[in-house]
Design a protein around this ligand. Structure first.
Ligand code: ZN
Length: 108
């Protein structure tokens, strides 16, 4: 299998994914303890359906991030590619958003 990222870049992206996961896990804890949260950005991920409860949205987000990290850990070539047109999202974009799974064109 061809590694598209160097080892350093892979570790860096992995770290960013973990950090985001911690952020979402914290939100989930806050939510379950009764805090009000702004979840505007949570809606952007694929597995979320309208009308879903906030805590389920956060759980879906966590498992989504987890799946991305697994792809990265497995050196799976699907990581960092658009899920629709398969274009390589590129390291620059992935550093901004390591959980991205769609290119600008397909994001529409
Ligand atoms: Zn695309």
């Amino acid at each position: 299998m061809t590694l598209r990222f160097g080892e350093n870049a892979r570790l860096e992206l992995r770290e960013l994914l973990l950090k985001k996961g911690q952020e979402i896990a914290t939100k989930l804890t806050d939510l379950l303890s009764g805090k009000k949260l702004d979840l505007t950005n949570i809606d952007r991920i694929a597995d979320v359906t309208p009308g879903m409860r906030a805590e389920d949205r956060l759980r879906a987000y966590l498992s989504f991030l987890n799946d991305k990290r697994k792809l990265l850990d497995d050196d799976n070539d699907a990581y960092g590619r658009c899920s629709e047109c398969n274009v390589d999202l590129g390291l620059t974009s992935l550093r901004e958003m390591p959980w991205a799974d769609r290119c600008q064109d397909c994001h529409g």
